[in-house]
Design a protein around this ligand. Structure first.
Ligand code: ASP
Ligand code: MG
Length: 412
């Protein structure tokens, strides 16, 4: 008998009809002899609705009260789900984060889980119940309700799977799994059958939204096998596992794009010690995250500094930098919001040279100019003009043999 933690997202429990279907599905698992812990999100749209109501009342929300409010969404779905299991003739119990004792720090609206008490869950499981736990919430040592940040139910599920030493954690969602790229812009995108934690971490941080990134980090740390799959079909989804579980790794597993960044250049900065810190300190003090940074040396002890920030920080960063530029005697600050970051990700890159240059070649064949490049062990990212997003993604997808109809065939 195995123990499985199953998490269902908001669209999977978006109506009472859908909740009944999820209950049926879980009871099938039970009939196959598994013990099941179910983690649920709020109904789709509910958390946004609650945030909207809070915004109507308080411009800058009180974070403790915000958590009190946001945690109600999940209370609705777990109680209805337990009723659905009971209506189907089985036994179930729903539990809130504080009843389980999912203890977190006191960082309201973005709390981190510190420890989980598994005693009560185990008791209910041995009594033969389906145990349903509210995702996204916890409790501080002082008994205050907290939430884990948007999408936090994935983290609840993985943390519970780790604490209970579950055999796997299944994340049920409204897509079939993790795709080689966004199927909305590349019709040849394929579902990936197996992927490593590291690849998934890169894909999630680069904008693939199917899993919340913290949950992937946690799954990696505790070696929890993750299975991302659809609520609405029986098909196998994508397994996220340790690298040695994957027999054959692809050179490139996925291609992502992120339109959320903007590029800023400080032109002709005097090339002296301390300049980078004078530029980036005020930016980090303002809580602005910087992604890629490039420094180029010019003649005459001058340098250009180019970097990217989130697009919604663009205006603020430009404002800030104009002052900094004047202070340090730089010539000008220029920027560009219509860029996109295109990345290729794959653990196969570790043992192969030439992946980056292949990428550059493909972009050049398409006449696409690369404005910035950055690489890591398992990733190459390029900043290009936003209007080339589709073209670049499709060209890379087929060049790295990811297209649906181009899966390498066995030799005959
Ligand atoms: N309900 C929360 C949200 O919408 C948590 C989750 O769904 O994972 O962000
Ligand atoms: Mg989610």
């Amino acid at each position: 008998m195995s123990l499985i933690v199953c998490k269902f997202g908001g669209t999977s429990v978006g109506s009472t009809e859908k909740i009944k279907n999820v209950a049926k599905r879980i009871l099938k698992y039970r009939d196959q002899g598994h013990q099941v812990v179910v983690v649920l999100s709020a109904m789709s749209g509910q958390t946004d609705k609650l945030l909207g109501m809070a915004a109507d009342i308080q411009e800058i929300p009180d974070l403790r009260e915000m958590d009190m409010l946001l945690s109600t969404g999940e209370q609705v779905t777990i109680s209805l789900f337990s009723m659905a299991v009971k209506a189907a003739g089985s036994d179930a119990v729903s539990l809130l984060g504080d009843q389980v004792c999912i203890q977190t720090d006191a960082m309201h609206t973005r709390a981190r889980i510190k420890k989980i008490d598994t005693e009560l869950i185990k008791q209910h499981l041995s009594a033969g119940k389906v145990v349903t736990i509210a995702g996204f919430q916890g409790v501080t040592q002082d008994g205050d309700i907290t939430t884990l940040g948007r999408g936090g139910s994935d983290t609840t599920a993985v943390a519970l799977a780790a604490a209970l030493k579950a055999d796997s954690c299944e994340i049920f969602t409204d897509v079939e799994g993790v795709y080689t790229t966004d199927p909305n812009i590349c019709t040849k995108a394929r579902k990936i059958n197996m992927i490593t934690y590291d690849e998934m971490l890169e894909l999630a941080s680069l904008g693939a939204k199917v899993l919340e990134i913290r949950s992937v980090g946690l799954a990696k740390r505790y070696r929890v096998p993750l299975h991302v799959r659809s609520t609405f079909t029986e098909n196998e989804g994508t397994w996220v596992v340790e690298e040695d579980k994957i027999m054959e790794s692809m050179l490139v597993s996925g291609i992502t794009y992120n339109k959320n960044e903007a590029r800023i250049t400080i032109n002709k900065v005097p090339d002296q010690p301390g300049i980078a810190s004078k530029i980036f300190l005020p930016i980090s003090d303002a809580g602005i995250l910087v992604d890629m940074i490039i420094q180029n040396t010019r003649e005459g002890h001058m340098t250009d500094m180019t970097f990217t920030v989130m697009r919604n920080d663009y205006a603020r960063t430009m404002e800030l930098l104009k002052k900094v530029a004047a202070d340090i005697g730089a010539e000008s600050v220029t920027g560009d919001e219509s860029i996109v970051k295109i990345s290729i990700v794959g653990v196969g890159m570790r043992n192969h040279s030439g992946i980056a240059s292949t990428m550059f070649q493909i972009m050049s064949n398409e006449g696409i100019n690369l404005m910035m490049i950055s690489t890591s062990e398992i990733k190459v990212s390029c900043i290009i003009e936003e209007k080339y997003t589709e073209l670049a993604v499709r060209a890379l997808h087929s060049a790295f043999a990811l297209d649906k109809d181009n899966v390498p065939k066995k030799e005959e």
